[in-house]
Design a protein around this ligand. Structure first.
Ligand SMILES: [Zn+2]
Length: 392
């Protein structure tokens, strides 16, 4: 067993096991022979509470080819992140590196705030090109200690490193965190943002577990990782974003003066971690029974990874229709136990006169409510899945 990337602990226990019929992001134009499902297996470190995909059973993915822009994902607290940089002495012409720059969305926010010396790192070729087309210098590469040395040689040390929703995707979190520490000037600040897995555990939100996330952080494991890499976490907080919650962590490399520290604690206990799978299985069983008794067709709202995770993990993998207006999905098929047609909102609202809506558009409640309200006059009911959590 490989050691914990956050704390170097060696004792892990199973956290969650489920299957999925396809890796995320695969949709097909015509029905084909169903694939064999792959297993997702997560385990929890007994020392620091980090949850991770079992290292010898990682779901294989290749970010060179993955294209998922983040232009619509700038949170309302982005301005607060950017204004915090000056509190740590980052001047407008200091080098600011963004690890996982995606399509340049956050670099634009930095540029709009007056930061002039920006460098993005992005492994996806297409996303790196998109960011570069907005006028940014972008290295199309994976970030780690090797690239940190290359940046030091070509640009000098960074005064700030931003790393938002990237750390949870990489197989070697120690390598990435060490690279951040390496590339930072003494006294420089790093800002790391990841999903808060305490929220997943306490809310029983297994739809937030997905194959692209290798590591699942909670406050203690995130702080331990950054400390071990040579950074001093000074501010660690949690913030809600839509139906999820994120951890925001500011760390300083070898602060020249003592800094006030404000770090939150883990919310979920080890017992909560141990009971997660049993609670999920109980919930899934109730939901499957509820859906088995509901009029067909069963229509799931949303066809992105969140909804497909949910359908895979609950075993509701034989539903009849999915609704999604994304042009990359509508008109195609999602790969579940059977291949499920994806139809637009307009198509479903116009042509559906029976069946049951499954309210799985968790981040988009207004869209979901409009669809449900449109079909109420025809007797099409709806099921709110997580309402059943109260019954377990
Ligand atoms: Zn650990």
């Amino acid at each position: 067993m490989s050691v914990c990337g956050a704390c170097a602990g060696v004792q892990f226990t199973p956290f969650f096991r489920a299957r999925e019929w396809s890796v995320s992001g695969h949709y097909v134009s015509t029905p084909t022979k169903p694939e064999s499902p792959v297993a997702i297996e997560l385990e929890a470190c007994r020392c620091c509470g980090l949850i991770r995909q079992a290292p010898d059973r990682l779901v294989p993915l290749n970010y060179d080819q993955i294209v998922r822009g983040t232009a619509k994902q700038i949170p309302d607290y982005a301005a607060r992140i950017i204004s915090s940089l000056s509190e740590y002495g980052v001047a407008k012409d200091d080098l600011v590196v963004e690890v996982g720059a995606n399509d340049g969305t956050f670099l634009k926010e930095l540029r709009n705030s007056g930061y002039r010396n920006l460098l993005g790192i992005e492994p996806s070729t297409q996303l790196a090109e998109t960011a570069a087309s907005s006028g940014f210098t972008v290295l199309n590469d994976y970030f780690g200690r090797r690239l940190a040395q290359q940046i030091l040689a070509s640009h000098g040390p960074a005064r700030a490193v931003i790393c938002r929703h990237t750390l949870e995707h990489v197989p070697d979190i120690c390598e990435l965190a060490s690279g951040i520490a390496d590339v930072l000037a003494l006294g420089g600040v790093s800002f790391v943002e990841v999903p808060d897995t305490d929220w997943v555990i306490t809310q029983l939100f297994a739809h937030e577990i997905w194959d692209e996330h290798v590591s699942y952080f909670r406050p203690q494991s995130l702080a331990r990782l950054l400390e071990r890499a040579g950074l001093q976490p000074v501010r660690l907080e949690r913030v809600r974003f839509r139906d999820t919650r994120n951890l925001l962590c500011w760390s300083v490399r070898q602060p020249t003066a003592p800094l006030l520290r404000s770090l939150i604690e883990d919310e979920a206990t080890l017992t909560d971690v141990d009971h997660f799978q049993a609670r999920w299985d109980a919930f899934s069983g109730l939901l499957r029974a509820r859906i088995a008794a509901a009029p067909r067709p069963i229509i799931g709202i949303g066809a992105s990874h969140i909804q497909l995770n949910f359908l895979n993990f609950t075993g509701l993998d034989d539903i009849d229709v999915l609704i999604d207006d994304d042009s990359a999905k509508a008109g195609r098929f999602a790969l579940l136990a059977k291949q499920v047609p994806i139809r637009t909102t307009a198509d479903v609202v116009t042509n559906t006169r029976k069946g049951t809506l499954l309210k799985t558009a968790f981040p988009y409640p207004d869209w979901q409510a409009r669809i449900c309200a449109s079909l109420v006059p025809y007797g099409v009911g709806s099921v709110e899945p997580y309402d059943l959590v109260q019954a377990i």
